[in-house]
Each structure stands twice: as C-alpha cells, then as structure tokens.
Unconditional design. Structure first.
Length: 235
C-alpha cells in the first residue's frame, strides 16, 4: 500500500483535495489564455459573419443595395443570397458594429478608383473623398444615391502591418490572392512582400487573412512567367 504524505492525508480529511485540484486546473487554463497572442484577442473583437456567427474576414464580401456584407468564408455568401430574410437582422447587427470601428476611406464612391487625397466635400458634417472634381460634383447632386458605394469605399485595415502606423490610401499593394493591403508609406510594401508570413498575423488581427500558400503559388507563377519571357527574348 502506498504511503500517504501528511499533506495528502490532511487534504483528504478536510475535503480540500478536489477544490485545490480544480484551482490548479483553472490556473493552468488562465495561464494558457494569457499566453494567447495579442492578435488573436484583437481578431475576437471583429464583427461576426451573419451566417456562421464567426469573426469576419474582410476579404470575403458581397455587395448589396445597402452596402457590403462581410463573411467568415465564401460558402456563407451563397447561404445569405438563398435566404436573405433569414439573416437580415444579423446583417443589420454587423453594419452597426462596423459603424463603431475605425476605418479609412480609400476609394471614390462614384468611380471606385483610389481617392486623390485632395478632392473632397463636407456632406452632413462628414468628409467624403473623391478621385476627381467630376465625381465630387456628381455625388453632391444626390448623396443618398451613393451611400452603399460610400460604405464600400472604406477599408477597416487601418494600421500598416509593417510599421503599425495609420495607413494612407495611396500606399497599397495588390496581392496574387486578390487582396489589397495598405501601408503607411511606400517603403513598407517592399518589406511586406519580402516576408509576408512575418506580417500576416498583424493583418489577421484586422480581419484580413492572407493565404500564404496561395500567395506563394501566385508569386512563383508570376516569377516563372517573367523568367519565360526573359528566356524567350534571349538570343
């Protein structure tokens, strides 16, 4: 028979063994939670997909007459289109959550082109930017007609994944995955492209999930294409 220590006998008699075991488990649980990356905590604050109720990926969206709707995966887009009334309240909740988030206007609500940073108008106390004076004049004639496109002109990726500073509309790169990533200055795009895996978690925390395998495959294909052209042109 195994000899019990005095401490074990005391715990058994007083009935404290189970509570202390639970306390130890709880301590381990909290330690594990505290060890989670800060980016994971930030991602948990993102608005939720109206279909699956999971944090959204801003790269997965569809446009509606009232503005864009964001999802956690592409399958959810079809489910929303099949039963829009079923998810209407969740879509409204998402838009209310988005309205409370930081965002930066990067596109013109008329043309969809990048804003020029110098053509803008104050409408209902809010600044609206455009790509040219012609679009500004068109918008001012009937602002309500372009509200959905205005909502689609913002990015919620407001921080540069490299430097952590506020992004500017003119500094961006279009990835092979079809995603556009914004930066605070032209130099940061080069640092990002040199090692996207290093900065991907910073984007994920802002709801932009970059598929690194797909990105690499796209870069390799592009490199192969360029190499082929070079070889073809070599005598």
């Amino acid at each position: 028979m195994r000899t019990l220590t005095k401490t074990a006998v005391l715990l058994a008699i007083t009935g404290l063994a189970a509570p202390l075991a639970t306390l130890a488990q709880d301590h381990g649980h909290h330690a594990a939670k505290d060890g989670h990356h800060a980016d994971t905590k930030a991602a948990a604050k993102l608005p939720h997909c109206p279909v699956m109720d999971e944090p959204i990926d801003f790269s997965v969206q569809t446009m509606t007459k009232d503005g864009p709707v964001y999802f956690c995966c592409k399958m959810c887009i079809d489910r929303l289109k099949q039963s829009p009334a079923k998810y209407a309240s969740k879509v409204t909740a998402q838009r209310e959550a988005l309205a409370k988030m930081d965002r930066v206007q990067v596109g013109c609500p008329i043309s969809g082109k990048p804003i020029d940073g110098k053509t803008f108008a104050e409408v209902d106390g809010k600044r609206v930017d455009f790509c040219c004076p012609g679009c500004m004049a068109k918008y001012k004639k009937d602002p309500a007609a372009y509200q959905a496109k205005l909502l689609a002109s913002y990015t919620y990726q407001t921080k540069c994944p490299v430097a952590g500073e506020k992004i500017i509309a003119s500094s961006f790169v279009d990835l092979a995955t079809g995603q556009r990533v914004f930066f605070c200055c032209p130099g940061c795009d080069k640092r990002f492209l040199a090692d996207p895996g290093k900065y991907a978690p910073k984007l994920a925390a802002q709801g932009v999930h970059v598929d690194l395998k797909k990105l690499k495959a796209g870069k390799d294909a592009h490199a192969g294409h360029d190499h082929g052209d070079h070889e073809h042109g070599t005598p």
